[in-house]
Design a binder for this molecule. Structure first.
Ligand SMILES: [Zn+2]
Length: 409
């Protein structure tokens, strides 16, 4: 009791000079994380999403997809991001009745395909459906796109064959041999513009690549910015990356060069559908036209993965970063990460995803009516929607800046 009293008394005695010193120090050398986060901008984030929509739905295996890959590469080069590279792989669609269905799609309302009895209360990734559910699915009908120009842009069908995806790296100054991987997928589907799925995640990764690549920014550890292709066919781009590069981790090449073409993976952070959190479908299956006031950034890890504990710790680091640095929307942490490019990493390294909603129990229950639909267009979203994506960008930027020891010269 006495000790407590004395401590408080001491605090009171020294409180005012300490406070004024702190203020001075803050003014002289502001928090570098806050300064980096301040380099994110809503209009710039929106403009990057808008630019991606010039390639329509960017469907894998088409000329518009390849043109988008070229454009992304140009952007990364213009930011000064190091070691801009392409990963090349072959994609042959499986000869199943629903070639565009995602592997592990989980339970759907209306369960297409009729493959035996399924538990319709369970959502993909381990969650459980609650409340009202609305229809979901992939639109394959061109005529549901009313805009003739966009319909023509999206018309070329996907062909099997060679695929490419781009990545670049912020090379760490003191630990170039270790890195975090930050990803989003640049391909889309559904006869729209794939503005939210996943122009919103792609633009987030591009914005972070721009900010971390600025000439006055240094980091102790490395960050790789990856724009996956072929997510919509079953995470094939991320799988190809894991297959080709997993064994190269931490190897100096050439020996003695100080160069690490594949730094050791410390974590993988995926961004997939960042904009739309309008709540649960209403009883008639429609959604509120407005972002709900309780909208949040959903940070998920997979509790059944080999790295669940490390992934959960990573998720809470992101949650803390959101608390401190995100300007508008909070974050919540959940254990059901699923159906996105962090999946192929989850048994190899701590992997998390950031999204507008929980993928399984919310998006899977129809909380995003534009998902894989002709309405997934830039013009569908309001600034309140784009701002949710910006808050996810603030969250990841701030968390990463701390994890890699970012500083501004
Ligand atoms: Zn997606």
């Amino acid at each position: 009791m006495l000790r407590v009293f004395l401590s408080i008394a001491m605090l009171i005695t020294v409180a005012s000079p300490v406070a004024s010193q702190d203020t001075t120090r803050t003014a002289a050398a502001p928090d570098p994380v806050a300064r980096l986060v301040a380099r994110l901008d809503l209009e710039r984030y929106k403009a990057t999403i808008k630019s991606l929509t010039q390639f329509g739905d960017r469907r894998q295996g088409t000329a518009r997809n390849l043109a988008a890959v070229d454009w992304i590469e140009q952007q990364l080069r213009s930011y000064g991001c190091s070691d801009v590279s392409r990963l090349t792989y072959e994609f042959q669609p499986p000869s199943s009745p629903s070639p565009e269905g995602r592997g592990g799609q989980g339970v759907r309302a209306g369960g297409r395909g009729g493959q035996g009895v399924r538990d319709t209360t369970r959502a993909a990734g381990g969650g459980r459906y609650r409340g009202i559910r609305a229809r979901t699915g992939v639109n394959t009908d061109s005529l549901r796109q009313p805009d003739a120009k966009l319909r023509a842009l999206d018309a070329e069908a996907s062909a099997p064959g060679q695929r490419q995806e781009v990545y670049c790296t912020k090379i760490g100054a003191t630990h170039p041999n270790e890195m975090y991987i930050v990803g989003g997928h640049m391909d889309g589907i559904g006869w729209g513009e794939a503005a939210n799925d996943d122009g919103s995640g792609t633009a987030l990764v591009l914005e972070l690549a721009r900010i971390f690549s600025a000439s006055d920014v240094t980091t102790d550890r490395s960050i790789r910015f990856a724009l996956w292709n072929n997510e919509e066919t079953g995470l094939n781009g991320a799988r190809a990356y894991v297959e080709q590069r997993q064994a190269l981790q931490g190897k100096e090449d050439p020996a003695g060069s100080g160069k690490y073409p594949e730094p050791t993976w410390l974590g993988m952070i995926q961004h997939d559908m960042m904009l739309f959190d309008h709540g649960m479908p209403r009883a008639d299956g429609t959604l509120s036209p407005e972002q709900r006031p309780e909208a949040d950034v959903n940070i998920e890890f997979q509790s059944n993965s080999k790295f669940a504990e490390a992934a959960q710790r990573l998720a809470w680091v992101f949650h803390t970063a959101n608390e401190k640095y995100a300007t508008d929307y909070p974050a919540s942490v959940g254990p059901h990460m699923t159906n996105t490019d962090s999946g192929p990493f989850q048994d190899l390294v701590a992997a998390i995803s950031l999204r507008e909603n929980e993928r399984g129990m919310q998006i899977g229950a129809g909380w995003d009516p534009n998902w894989h639909q002709p309405t997934d267009r830039y013009s569908t979203y309001s600034d309140k929607d784009f701002r949710l994506g910006l808050n996810a960008a603030q969250t990841t930027l701030a968390a990463l800046a701390g994890l890699v020891g970012a500083a501004i010269r």
